[in-house]
Design a protein. Structure first.
Length: 126
């Protein structure tokens, strides 16, 4: 799925317009509000390159979510539940090459909608 479709589907606000790539392909997604849970994904997968085409769905609108995405090589964060990041978070996302999106949709509904659109979760490959 193209990132532009996600933006349209969720009526997203694009916070990092300077690095937004509407043609970016997204094939996977995962959800976490605890960034330590997000980092655990590294221990459950063998092919970390799939994270380059993944979106992190979270309600954590802080620098911690940007830093976590950097560590995972995830290039897209979808902030749910109407969370609005501070200007320094948006700036860090731009500097880090992380596309930051926001939606009013809940995490549960966002996950279901992504799944219906063919986006798959990241499953353990141990």
């Amino acid at each position: 799925m193209k990132l532009s479709h996600i933006v349209e589907l969720f009526q997203c606000k694009v916070y990092t317009k300077d690095i937004y790539d509407a043609s970016k392909d997204i094939h996977h997604a995962f959800c976490a509000d605890l960034m330590s849970d997000a980092l655990m994904i590294l221990s459950t997968i063998q092919d970390t390159t799939l994270l380059e085409q993944a979106v992190l769905v979270t309600g954590l609108a802080t620098n911690q979510s940007i830093r976590t995405a950097e560590m995972l090589d995830v290039r897209v964060i979808l902030l749910v539940r109407g969370k609005v990041p501070a200007s320094q978070v948006i700036e860090l996302a731009s500097e880090s090459g992380v596309i930051l999106l926001g939606t009013e949709t809940t995490m549960f509904n966002a996950s279901g909608m992504l799944y219906q659109e063919g986006i798959r979760g990241i499953t353990s490959q141990r």
